[in-house]
Structure formats: structure tokens, C-alpha cells
Ligand binder design. Structure first.
Ligand SMILES: N[C@@H](CCC(=O)N[C@@H](CS)C(=O)NCC(=O)O)C(=O)O
Length: 202
């Protein structure tokens, strides 16, 4: 299998997930600055037009980071990162979606609209970026309150939800368009998850 990727938070989510599982695959670099992800060849494989994308040996193409991670979980079940029971899986899904939709996408919206990074392919509205930048940190209070009660975002076990939130925080700190408040429980949790060996996977 081949992972089409670029240096980006979403590819990093897959790298960390695969490292947790001890999985490796071939890599294909996609130059997203040069819009290779919007070429006819790439879009034929992945009409979503984004990275990462996983191409299986039989030609099946899987876009969307979390869908790729679900496939990885199906070929290597341990360690379980999507929840071991029905209730755990539901909690992982809930927190993963909150981390992704409520925080990662807001940070990405702030970054894309404020900096105009992809202005060659989309309309950037700085005011909208500012709205995203103001909304993103508000979500962190909810995560901090959850982490006051649980070791990891979805409960007692490390999961894809932790990967999404930690990667989004790193991305937010790197691009500097969102102010990240220091919250004690997030700080404790981040110190633990970010020192896992999987987090140095590239
Ligand atoms: N929901 C998608 C988002 C993927 C995404 O937004 N990828 C960005 C890099 S992090 C990208 O391909 N950007 C290129 C572009 O927008 O043209 C996922 O989870 O994989």
C-alpha cells in the first residue's frame, strides 16, 4: 500500500496512528503548494482532492485521514485506537469528532483564511478566519474539563481522539493564528501524549 502525503497535520495524524500500530507503507510525496493534489490524475484516485490518501495494492483508494486510520485498525487491531467495546467506540467517535470538527477545522479555517495560504484555489476571507481563530480556543475549555476527569480524551485509553487534538494543538502553535490558552489538564495530558514515541513519526 502507498500513502500519498505532504507535510501537513492530517498526514501527521496517519503517521502517528501507523507508528502506534507498528505499521509501515510506501510513501508518495504530493506537492500541495504546486497543487499536485488537484491534478486530473490525483483527482481520479481521490475526488476529495486532499492529502493524505491511501492506495491499496488492489487499486482501492481511501481518502480522509480517519478513514485511512480505520483501515489501519482493521489490518492491525492492537493497540485498539477506536475503542474496544460499543460504548468505548462511541466515546472515541464523539471526542474524535469534537477534536476534529470543533478544533482542528477551526484552526485550519483560521490558517487558510487569514494567511491566504491556498489563495490560488479558494476564496480567502480574513474576517471569517478571525471568527475561526476566536472560536477554536473556546473549545479547549471543554477538552480541559474532560481531561480533569479522564486520563485521555475519550476515557482511560489513548485513542485517535488524542492524536487529532494533539496534532491540532501542534499545528495551531506552529502557524500562530490562534491564541492557545494554558489550561492545566490539557497541559498534563499533552505532556504525556506528545512524548509517546509515535509522536516523532514523520
Ligand atoms: N478531512 C480531510 C482533510 C484533509 C486536508 O485538508 N488536507 C490538507 C493538508 S492538511 C490538504 O490536502 N490541503 C491541500 C488543499 O487544500 O488543496 C482529512 O481528514 O484527511
Amino acid at each position: 500500500m502507498k500513502l500519498y502525503e505532504a507535510p501537513s497535520p492530517n498526514a501527521r495524524r496517519v503517521h502517528i496512528f501507523m507508528a502506534e500500530k507498528g505499521l509501515e507503507c510506501d510513501r508518495v510525496a504530493v506537492d500541495i503548494r504546486a497543487a499536485e493534489n488537484l491534478s486530473a490524475d490525483y483527482l481520479a484516485k481521490n475526488p476529495g482532492g486532499r492529502v493524505p490518501m491511501l492506495e491499496l495494492d488492489d487499486g482501492t483508494c481511501i481518502g480522509e485521514s480517519v478513514a485511512i486510520c480505520r483501515y489501519m485498525e482493521s489490518i492491525q487491531s492492537e493497540p485498539v485506537l477506536f475503542g474496544a467495546t460499543g460504548v468505548e467506540a462511541a466515546k472515541v467517535e464523539m471526542w474524535q469528532r469534537r477534536a476534529e470538527l470543533g478544533f482542528l477545522l477551526e484552526v485550519a479555517g483560521a490558517f487558510r483564511n487569514i494567511t491566504g495560504f491556498f489563495k490560488d484555489r479558494e476564496t480567502c476571507v480574513a474576517e471569517w478566519g478571525q471568527v475561526c481563530a476566536e472560536r477554536a480556543p473556546k473549545m479547549l475549555t471543554m477538552f480541559d474539563e474532560q481531561l480533569a476527569q479522564t486520563s485521555y480524551l475519550a476515557g482511560d485509553n489513548f485513542s485517535i481522539a488524542d492524536i487529532t487534538l494533539a496534532v491540532a494543538l501542534d499545528f495551531a502553535r506552529m502557524v500562530k493564528v490562534v491564541e492557545i490558552p494554558e489550561l492545566p489538564n490539557i497541559q498534563r495530558w499533552y505532556g504525556e501524549v506528545s512524548t509517546r514515541s509515535s509522536f516523532s513519526a514523520t
